[in-house]
Design a protein around this ligand. Structure first.
Ligand SMILES: *Cc1c(COP(=O)(O)O)cnc(C)c1O
Ligand code: SF4
Length: 436
């Protein structure tokens, strides 16, 4: 099924074969919209010369790229207010930079031990495996890097990151990011995941991708087949507005969920896109219906050219207030501020603890009910000097061994009191059974 605007765009791009190619992700990439003229031709929107000049300057600094699919979601009659337009096409406000904005606000470069790796937290790393995206989000925190020079790292360049992970045993979680990791061809993804999976201390691999939102046709059966080989593999995507959850993206999400990948979503709180409790509630509901767990709601970073997207922190708190208690716990993301300078993500919430004494906590709920929780009288606080022998907790963290010895091994084992092994259907024994 195609909308009227999809048919029109497909025809303009590919004449009679356009529509038959629409769901081919490579065709979509080849026809990404990179100029104002193309945008105007495909949407019928026209800009005044003054604005056009400013837009040209903007795209000179931060390049434009929109997939035909994502373009087709824009409501052209009302485009100035359209959340898809605002995320995809951008505005002249991107040229405004204020003193508090930085090219690398999260100091990802400073926390980078080797090219491509950001090692900020003790047990996990961010691995930038591609510099390109199918669409350049106007609110991208890595705006100055993504699309700067379109380049896909070679296997040799990626090997540096892989070597770092292999040489760093505390890394148990590898988060593939970019750009968009799914811009790599299937064979390269296969190779990369194979290399990372072969490292014994890597417990989980995560992929952060916006493909289900901006190019859902990238989620092919072949891709899922490749990814499935490397479980446990978690996938996080990036829906910001309920309008982005279309039939096509629902199908992509279903393929991933059926492939067994736990799905998460990271939204960015954006002024005039989704800074509204009603919009966010609708978004999280649509996500969980598609088996996607809202993971983070990000406060917009202090990246260059994003000032027009930023909201006060209070807006995020207000949104969280509208979700906690009002809707399912698993539909609720964690609202985080990524600390400028590289401090990492800091969760922020409305306050639910009103007061506290040594034996009581005073709390309020989402309705405004004020209540108390009585602390236990009998709790003995543990003095932990890390001398576990004197502690009554069991610090044996190995899982319970559910394997058992079988056969003759059982007869020989001192930990098993089996005396004899008797064949099935033994007549003598079944007679005994009858007498019971
Ligand atoms: C977000 C992020 C991670 C992953 O953090 P989680 O909170 O575990 O999702 C890892 N490294 C860097 C640099 C990050 O920004
Ligand atoms: S408050 Fe929210 S729902 Fe109401 S008009 Fe504004 S954006 Fe729309």
């Amino acid at each position: 099924m195609y909308s009227a605007i999809q048919k029109e765009i497909a025809y303009k791009l590919g004449k009679d074969i356009g529509l038959s190619k629409w769901k081919d992700w490579k065709w979509q990439l080849k026809h990404a919209i990179k100029s104002i003229e193309q945008f105007e031709y495909l949407t019928g929107i026209a800009f005044e010369s003054e604005e056009r000049a400013e837009l040209l300057k903007t795209f000179g600094k931060f390049p434009l790229s929109i997939t035909p699919y994502y373009l087709s979601l824009i409501d052209t009659r009302n485009f100035r207010y359209d959340p898809v337009f605002r995320q995809a096409f951008g505005s002249v406000h991107e040229l405004i930079t204020t003193k508090s904005e930085l090219a690398d606000p999260l100091s990802e470069d400073q926390d980078s031990p080797v090219e491509g790796i950001t090692h900020r937290y003790p047990d996990r790393v961010l691995f930038h495996v591609s510099n390109i995206c199918s669409m350049y989000c106007r609110h991208c925190t890595r705006k100055r890097k993504v699309g700067d020079v379109d380049y896909v790292p070679t296997r040799d360049q990626l090997r540096k990151g892989i070597d770092y992970i292999r040489a760093t045993p505390q890394v148990r979680d590898v988060l593939l990011s970019g750009g968009d990791p799914l811009m790599l061809p299937d064979a390269k993804i296969d190779w990369l995941l194979h290399e990372i999976r072969a490292i014994p201390h890597v417990e989980i691999i995560r992929i952060g991708t916006r493909m289900p939102v901006v190019l859902p046709y990238r989620i092919t059966d072949d891709l899922v087949k490749v990814l499935k080989k490397y479980h446990p593999l978690w996938i996080n995507t990036h829906f910001n507005h309920p309008r982005e959850i279309t039939q096509s993206s629902r199908e992509a999400l279903a393929k991933l969920a059926d492939g067994g990948f736990p799905l998460g979503n990271q939204s960015v709180l954006l002024a005039d896109v989704n800074d509204c409790p009603r919009i966010m509630k609708k978004l999280v509901h649509k996500l969980v219906m598609n088996r996607v767990r809202p993971y983070y709601l990000y406060q917009c970073d202090l990246s260059e050219g994003l000032s027009h997207f930023r909201t006060p922190v209070g807006k995020g708190i207000e949104i969280m207030e509208s979700l906690v208690g009002h809707t399912s716990g698993m539909a609720r993301p964690t609202y985080v501020i990524d600390a400028p300078g590289g401090g990492g993500k800091i969760p922020v919430m409305p306050n639910y603890i009103i007061s506290w004494s040594t034996n009581k906590v005073v709390l309020r709920n989402y309705e405004g009910v004020i209540t108390t929780y009585k602390e236990p009288d009998s709790y003995e606080s543990k003095i932990c000097d890390r001398n576990c022998e004197e502690c009554n907790l069991d610090l044996n963290l190995d899982e319970v061994d559910e394997s058992d010895s079988i056969g003759i091994e059982n007869l020989l084992s001192d930990s098993n009191d089996t005396i004899s092994l008797i064949p099935e259907n033994n007549e003598r024994i079944s007679r005994r059974g009858n007498n019971d």
